[in-house]
Structures are given as C-alpha cells and as structure tokens.
Ligand binder design. Sequence first.
Ligand SMILES: NC(=O)CC[C@H](N)C(=O)O
Length: 729
Amino acid sequence: MSKMRFFALQELSNRKPLEVTAPSNKLSDYYGSHVFDRKKMQEYLPKEAYKAVTDAIEKGTPISREVADLIANGMKSWAKSLNVTHYTHWFQPLTDGTAEKHDGFIEFGEDGGVIERFSGKLLIQQEPDASSFPNGGIRNTFEARGYTAWDVSSPAFVVDTTLCIPTIFISYTGEALDYKTPLLKALAAVDKAATEVCQLFDKNVTRVYTNLGWEQEYFLVDSSLYNARPDLCLTGRTLMGHSSAKDQQLEDHYFGSIPPRVTAFMKELEIECHKLGIPAKTRHNEVAPNQFELAPIFENCNLANDHNQLVMDLMKRIARKHHFNVLLHEKPYSGVNGSGKHNNWSLCTDTGINLFAPGKNPKGNMLFLTFLVNVLMMVYKNQNLLRASIMSANNSHRLGANEAPPAILSCFLGSQLSATLDEIVRQVGNEKMTPEEKTTLKLGIGRIPEILLDTTDRNRTSPFAFTGNRFEFRAAGSSSNCAAAMIAINAAMANQLNEFRASIEKLMEEGVGKDEAIFRLLKETIIASEAIRFEGDGYSEEWKQEAARRGLTNICHVPEALMHYVDNQSKAVLIGERIFNETELNSRLEVELEKFTMKVQIEGRVLGDLAINHIVPTAVAYQNRLLENLRGLKEIFPAEEYEVLSADRKELIREISHRVTSIKVLVREMTEARKVANHMENYKERAFAYEDKVRPYLDQIRDHIDRLEMEVDDEIWPLPKYRELLFTK
Ligand SMILES: NC(=O)CC[C@H](N)C(=O)O
C-alpha cells in the first residue's frame, strides 16, 4: 500500500493537459445537438404528433397509444442520425444518482429477421424492479414491481449511443419512489397557489413557473492519488489526514487562474453540456485548493434539476478521461471549505413578471412585496422542513464549518429592503387607513426599485439570501439532488400562499377593501416572521446565541433533523398540499434515515480497516526503527550520555505506543457499538444509535491517526497526504 502513494506521486509528474477541441467555433452550431427539442420534433414528427407533445407539455393533455407510436418512431429516427443503438428510461431513484437500463432497438420482425424498433409503449412506460432501489418499506407491503413513465416536460437526449428518456418512477400501487414525481407535484402546487395570489393583482396571470439556477461546487483530485486513498474511493471523503501547513489561509485559490489540466476538463465538460442543451455559463476556482464551480443559466426547475443530475454524471465520466476524479461530497477534506450546491430559486408568471423582482410601479411592487413577505413567513414556519430537506451524513460535516451556512435557517434581505418592511409595519395602523395614508405608503413602496438597484448587498453567510431578484438557498449540499430542497421550498411556498390568500379573502368578505386587506396582512406577516430575518454574520458564535433567543432551531444531529420531515408543520405542507401521501412521506423518512445509517456504517468499517491494516502497522514499523536506533545508541554511548540522547526517541516510542493502543481500543469499541446498533429492529433507533454511539468514534480515531501522521517518517506513510491531495494540479 505504502508504495501506491509514491507510484501515484511519480505518475503525476508526467501528466499533461488533454487537447480539447469544440465541434465548431460557434457554440450555437452544436448547442442542443443531442436533445430532442421542439425544433427536432418539428422535423421528425408528423404534425399531429408534434401537436400532441406540445399540448402535453403545456396543458398536460394525455397522449394516445397511436400518437405515442408516431413520437417514438420519430425519436428513433432522430436518434439513429446520431448513431444511437439503445434507449433507456432515465430516472432519479432515492439514491445519490440517476438510474438507467439500456435496451437495444433490436427486435425480431414478422419474418424472423432482425429489425430496429422503438414503440410508443416502450417510450411511455416501462417496468423496472422497484425492490432493488431504496423504497422505504413500500416494497415490503406491496408488490416489488415499479413503473417508469415518460415526463414529457423534459426532453429526451442522447448520451454516447443511448437515447435517454426522462421519466418518473413509481411503485406498482402508485407511490412515488423517486425525486421527480413529488417535484412535479410541488411545482404544480406552487403554480396554482401563486397564480391565485397573482390574480388578486392581475387577472392576466394564468401560470407561475419555478426557476432554478444551481451552482455546482466540486473538488478534483488526480486519479492516482484518489486510487491510493481507499477512504475517498469508498466514502467520498477523507476519513483521516492532517491538515496541510498551507491550505486556504492565503485566499489565493478563489477566482485564481485555473490550472491547465483543469481548464481542459472544464472545456470538455462544457462542450458536452452544451450538446445536451445545458446552458453552462460560469466556471471558476472555489475557495479551497483544488475546489471548483460550474454554474449554468437558470432554467425551469424540473429541467434545471434534470440537467444538474446529468452534469454530475458527466463530470464523473469526463474527469476520468482527464485522469481526475471528481469529488461531489460536501466535505471531502476537513478544515477547508466544503462544497455546496446553492439553489437560486425564483417564481415567474406567464406574463413575464419575476415575482421576486420589484415592479415598475407601486402595484407591481405590492405584488413583489407580497411574495417577498410570504417567502419570509414560509422560511420561518418551515425552518425544520427546509433543514430536513438538505440534511445528510455528508452535509452535516459542512453546515456551520468553513464558510458554509449554519444549520440555523435565516433570511438575508439587505438593510434597505429590511427597512422598507419595517416602514410598512410602522405606517399601517390598526384603524382603517385614510386615502392619504395609503398614498404615502404606496409612494414609499414605489421607490423600491431605486433602492434595490444600488444597494442589494450580498451576504455569503446566510442560508436563505435575497439576491436582488431571487432567493439563494445556500444550505443545499453539492452531492444532493436539488429536487429534495425544491420539493420542500415550493410545497411550503404553496402552503403559505394558500393561507395568505385565504386570509385576504376572509378580510374582504368582512368588508375590508382589497388594498387595505393586503396591507394589513403584509404587516401582520412581517411582524410574525421577524425572527427569521438576519442581516449579520451567520457564521458567528453570537448568531447561534441570538438565534436561540429568537426561538429559531439549530439542529446538527442528522436523524433528529430528518425526523422533522414528519412533524406537524411538515405534514401540513407535504401531505396537505398533496405532494406525498402518508405512506410516501414515511417511506421518504425511512430512506433518508437508512441512507444516513449506512453511510456512517461504511465510514466506520473503512476507517476501522485503514486504522488497523494500514496505519497501525506503519506506526509499529516506524517504532521498530526507533527501537533499533536506541539499541545502536546504547551500544556506542556511555549510559549517562545515552540517557540524554535517547530521551526524545523514548518519548516518541511511548507516544506511538499510546496512540496505537488507543486506536485499537477505539476501533474495537466502535465495532461493538455498530453491532449493538445493527441489532436494533427499528430503523429510527438504529439511525439515532449510529449518530450518538458510532459516529463520535470516527473523530476520536482520526485524531490519533492525524497526530501519528505528524510523527511517523514521511517515507513510509501509506496514504497520500492533504498537501498532495489538495495541491497537485
Ligand atoms: N464562495 C462561496 O460561496 C463558498 C461557498 C461554500 N463552498 C459552501 O459550502 O457553501
């Protein structure tokens, strides 16, 4: 093993950036070339089939079997033009990735000869085995079979020689087993609720779309080094490793010049993204050494999320070509920045209004303020659901550490906008407002665009920050499926908007005018949600105390945070808005808890193995060399001098012994703790036991190993060190 580290370092010295050439100098020549978009549909589909697809996308009308056959045939013809041989339903089970099973177009024709066919039936629906994917107990109670069904709103695309059809994935009995199904429901719920609120202001609005712009952070590490670190290979993070003398202290990596091998990787990644119609736009070095970011232009949420899933997959594949491994884990290295996947979220009407951007007149601004204030209330009431939606074994290492938002939810608005809200509270009285009062208020509200233009500040420490025309949910983790956060946020927003509208209608029924009803309710909501507004440093210790005083929750314990998926408020939102039924919600919780348990279990096993089979033998070998040295010293020096000369080595031998013993004891105890937890019948108890009883050992064992790393001869240390992992370009 120890040789691996040195082979790896040797191999590295010969690496060169790969040559990457774009298919054309003009991006538009190949942008979307691998997507069955509207233009290609028009070209490859008969008129009636084209109309059926666009109707299905826009109005949700079902597609008949006959038409599906026509569409499938057209799709196949297009795919053949790209030398495609296989097709697959492409879906997003509750794992950390996507799923696909390729089938060839090959079939026997009537005369027994071989033909290539793709039927409407296969396009629309397929039946993978649901029991082999995480299903949170649904499979135990029902049949194992599952269905994948075509999501017409996301276009088919070609990767390599396979035609991929985005689908939802449900059980035989109709329960969602994926991220896409509830996401589509949450998007529909917020569409309906937001449209109804918009109609209080503007009857022309008939739909509200959700936009998502994600920012994918990641680390790259040379494949040779990666392969020499079993912990990286098996858990996605380093379970040990003393910090490098230099890491990100000098802040010299962020936005720095991108290393040539990385540029080559990024270029190829972007080309592949563009072929797939993924509007990749921004690339840069992130804060930690060897950390980078890719961000596209925002898109419709469902499509944006498919694209993010696709990008994560592309990254892994393209990185390998460039002799890199991409680390999507939220915290691959302790002590330096982790990786987030900030979700930029906005709502937009079919009349072209961004509901999180101030309007051109007081009326438009009232609409903006209404949505803004409802977001604050949504976050305030659903802090626990929002946290549950992004909490995981991985992300728990990131939250609250090295420039990542804390586990406390709060909203940053910027001081000016915040002051405007306070002003509304001040100006709206408890009595009926006079026309003059209303005019003054509206005038004030009318000034919002000017205010925002110059003064939208940024606050990197806020988990839910307003950034001028959208909100940025910064707590989401780099390896996660954005859908988890988007389901929670959009469902919660739908719920909040429904309540808001109901309250307005009630006031209006009681004879209060519409404007006044809105003002009053805005005031009430601003006051009620005040605790969630925070403009200061979200990383500071004071904020933790202040947040506690405000009654905000701060839950770092993973199972405890996840349990809030099923608290009363979360149920009111997720079941109330019909995103999940009771069974689905419980199964989701079970999947998340089990995922947590298994990740910690794997980490425990890997660490145990590395500690006992790699680190302890290395430490003992070094100790033997020290002993040898002592014996030599003793031979040639008089006793008194020997005592003086050998003192430090004796101390080191003692120290190494102490650490080796501690590691052995701790690994044994950790294994016992795992056994106890594994025997627990109930998955909730098991997850709690893993958090409370198993996980603490990981840090304790690591601590001894990291100290040994500083003591043992570098030449025999078996695992690539942080300085090598972080600084090799
Ligand atoms: N520059 C940045 O925005 C750092 C973000 C940080 N990597 C995170 O985990 O969220």
